[in-house]
Design a protein around this ligand. Structure first.
Ligand code: P6P
Length: 333
C-alpha cells in the first residue's frame, strides 16, 4: 500500500482549506521537534540524559534532564518560523516571547514538553502534548492573558507518544489522525486515520491509591466498577494506570476506556492534578474529535474559562457513556 507521510497529509489538509500555510508549517515544525525528542528519549542511559536536572520547574517539581532537553528543542524549533506570536510551556513560568529579530505570526503554541517524565528512568512510555490557539486579534505584545482562552478555541491539538514505536497523534478539527515514525526514513507515516473512542468500555484508569481522598460520586462510580458482574453494572471491568497521561489517553483513543484524575481532598487546594492549558485541553479536544467526552466531573473541559496559565483541573475523559455516567453522579450531588 502506498505510504502517506505527515507532510503529504498536511498539504492535502491545506488544499482542502482545513489548515493555513502557517498552521501547516507550525505542525511540521512540531513534528520535527518531537522526532528530535524521540531520538533523545530512546537513547536513555546511552546519552547520559537520564536522572534529575538539579532544577525545579514552575510547578515546584524536580526537572529531569530530558524535561529540560525537550523544552529547549521545542522552543528553539519554533522561534524562527514566523508562524507564532508566543509560546507557553509547563517548564517555564512566564510566556516565552519570540526573539525580536524573528518575525511573528498569528498562532500561540502551548506544550508539556515531556509528560510523565517520572517514568523516564524506568523506561516506560512518556510523551509530548501540544495545543494551538490563535493570538487574539490585533495583539502584538503577547501576554499571559493572550493564552487564557477556553479549550473550545483551540484550532489544533496533539501529542507524541514515545513508546515501543513513536506515534504522532493530531487533530485540526476534522477527526483524529495518527502517524508512526519510520526511523530509517525519519518520516511520520499515516497509519491510523479517523481514530474513534468506542462509546462503551470495560476498562478504567485511575490512581486507586487516592481512593480515601475521592469525592462521593467518584467512590460510588469506582465501587460499582469493582463489583463487576455481581454489582449494578452487571459486567466485569479491567483497570490500567501507567501514570503517564499520554500513554493512558493513547490507550483510550486506541481501544476505548475512561481516564480519571478527579478532584480529591489531596489536590483540591490546587484545583486538580493535571494542567488545563497544555494537558487537559488538548487531550479533551482529541477525545471529543474521536467521539468521546471530557469533563471536570461538573462541566465540559473545553468550556472552562482559564484564570491562570498553569492552572490545574480535574479530568474525566474517554468513552462517552462512562464519562456521562460519572458526570451525572457528580451533578446528582
Ligand atoms: P500520579 C505525570 O506526572 C502526570 O502529570 C500525568 O502524566 C499522569 O497521568 C499523572 O501525573 C500521574 O499522577 O499521582 O499517579 O503520579
Amino acid at each position: 500500500m502506498r505510504r502517506v507521510t505527515l507532510t503529504q497529509f498536511l498539504i492535502e489538509q491545506q488544499r482542502a482549506g482545513r489548515v493555513s500555510a502557517d498552521l501547516r508549517l507550525l505542525l511540521e515544525v512540531v513534528a520535527r521537534a518531537v522526532k528530535a525528542i524521540s531520538v533523545n528519549v530512546s537513547k536513555g542511559a546511552l546519552a547520559g540524559v537520564l536522572g534529575e536536572a538539579g532544577t525545579d520547574n514552575v510547578q515546584g517539581e524536580a526537572q529531569k534532564k530530558l524535561d529540560v532537553i525537550a523544552n529547549e528543542i521545542l522552543l528553539q524549533a519554533n522561534e524562527w518560523g514566523g508562524h507564532l506570536a508566543g509560546m507557553a510551556s509547563e517548564e517555564v513560568e512566564t510566556v516565552h516571547q519570540i526573539p525580536f529579530d524573528y518575525p511573528k505570526g498569528g498562532y500561540l503554541l502551548l506544550f508539556d514538553p515531556l509528560d510523565g517524565s517520572s517514568n523516564i528512568d524506568i523506561n516506560v512510555s512518556v510523551g509530548t502534548i501540544f495545543s494551538v490557539l490563535r493570538n487574539p486579534e490585533g495583539r502584538t505584545d503577547v501576554t499571559e492573558d493572550s493564552f487564557l482562552q477556553p479549550g473550545s478555541e483551540q484550532i489544533a491539538a496533539g501529542y507524541a507518544v514515545y513508546g515501543p514505536s513513536t506515534q504522532f497523534v493530531l487533530t485540526v478539527g476534522h477527526g483524529v489522525h495518527a502517524f508512526t515514525l519510520d526511523r530509517e526514513m525519519g518520516s511520520f507515516i499515516y497509519t491510523h486515520p479517523f481514530m474513534t473512542v468506542p462509546d462503551e468500555t470495560s476498562e478504567f484508569a485511575i490512581n486507586a491509591s487516592n481512593a480515601r481522598h475521592w469525592e462521593a460520586p467518584v467512590k460510588r462510580y469506582i465501587d460499582e466498577l469493582q463489583q463487576g458482574k455481581t454489582g449494578p453494572r452487571g459486567r466485569d471491568f479491567n483497570m490500567r494506570w501507567v501514570a503517564s497521561m499520554v500513554a493512558d489517553v493513547h490507550r483510550v483513543l486506541t481501544r476505548g476506556g475512561i481516564f480519571m484524575y478527579p478532584l480529591d481532598e489531596k489536590c483540591r487546594a490546587q484545583g486538580g492534578k493535571l494542567r488545563l492549558m497544555y494537558e487537559a485541553n488538548p487531550m479533551a479536544m482529541l477525545i471529543e474529535q474521536a467521539g468521546g467526552a471530557a469533563t471536570t466531573g461538573r462541566e465540559r473541559i473545553l468550556d472552562v474559562v482559564p484564570g491562570k496559565l498553569h492552572q490545574r483541573v480535574p479530568v474525566i475523559l474517554g468513552s462517552r457513556a462512562e464519562v456521562e455516567r460519572v458526570t451525572a453522579y457528580h451533578l446528582e450531588g
